[in-house]
Design a protein around this ligand. Structure first.
Ligand code: SAH
Length: 248
């Protein structure tokens, strides 16, 4: 198996591997299940100050990352590994979803370009075929934290990273629903008991309860996911599914 290959382009290389050097992802990095190259965009900067940014055309506040500098850094990174999706982290990008993460985790890896300041010159996005991806409808100060989030989500899905704990199938989003709630010992905590059904040992009842709770949580918290789920499952509600089970 070839190693899943991540390249990150940033003006803050010291931010990597950061949290990805710890825990699950860190152990996987140490054991070679994935590889991380960090390209310091500043090395491709111009002049004595290695400038990577300039003032926005048309005026306005802030600075913009230069197309020529970004292209040089991207071209250097492209030489380091196999052809991979080229991502620009951007609040203007397509919102990231688990299905996309799963797809990327199967591939050869990712190239992730981290913006700073007001963002990057529009011409380099088309010129180097960058796919813009957002991790949510909020604004970060730079793409680095977003790149760490994308990598964390991909790396945990790589074969061998989660080992026997792997329970991807039931997780939030995998079935189009938020996950059911979890409980563990003590059975009684602060006057709150674990729901009886979970202690019943009846696997079918536990499964039906979890399905119903997953549906209820999705309906209450994420009407957008719930509408899609209903369309895909033919408008069955949790209670219909329960009825179906008890009839069998
Ligand atoms: N002026 C821009 C925001 C720039 S934030 C705008 O209004 O759209 C600086 C950098 O942080 C961006 O270039 C991007 O790389 C990163 N960033 C900020 N928010 C992000 C998000 N929600 N998802 C992914 N990257 C983000």
């Amino acid at each position: 198996m070839t190693t899943w290959h991540a390249s990150v382009l940033t003006i803050h290389p010291a931010m990597f591997p950061g949290p990805l050097g710890q825990a699950l992802a860190g152990r996987a990095l140490d054991s070679g299940l994935w590889q991380l190259d960090v390209v310091d965009i500043r090395e491709f900067g111009l002049g004595r100050h290695r400038a990577v940014d300039d003032t926005p055309a048309g005026g306005g506040p802030g600075m913009v990352m230069r197309a020529d500098v970004m292209a040089a850094a991207i071209d250097a990174a492209l030489e380091q590994g196999p052809a991979r999706p080229r991502i620009l982290l951007s609040p203007r990008g397509r919102p990231l979803h688990q299905a996309q993460v799963r797809d990327w985790s199967k591939g050869p890896g990712l190239m992730l370009v981290c913006g700073r300041f007001e963002g990057v010159d529009e011409r380099v996005i088309a010129g180097r075929d960058l796919e813009e991806v957002s991790i949510g409808d909020f604004v970060l100060s730079g793409g680095e934290v977003a790149a760490l989030a994308v990598l964390d989500a991909c790396v945990r899905l790589l074969p061998g990273v989660m080992g026997a704990e792997a329970s991807h199938a039931e997780e939030s989003f995998e079935a189009g629903l938020l996950e059911y709630p979890h409980y563990t010992r003590p059975q009684d905590w602060d006057g709150h008991r674990i729901p009886d059904v979970l202690l019943s040992g009846d696997h079918a009842r536990v499964a039906a309860w979890r399905q119903a709770r997953a549906e209820a949580a999705t309906q209450a918290r994420r009407p957008d996911l719930w509408a899609r789920y209903q369309a895909e499952t033919g408008n069955k509600s949790a209670s219909d599914i329960d009825k179906g089970k008890s009839l069998k």
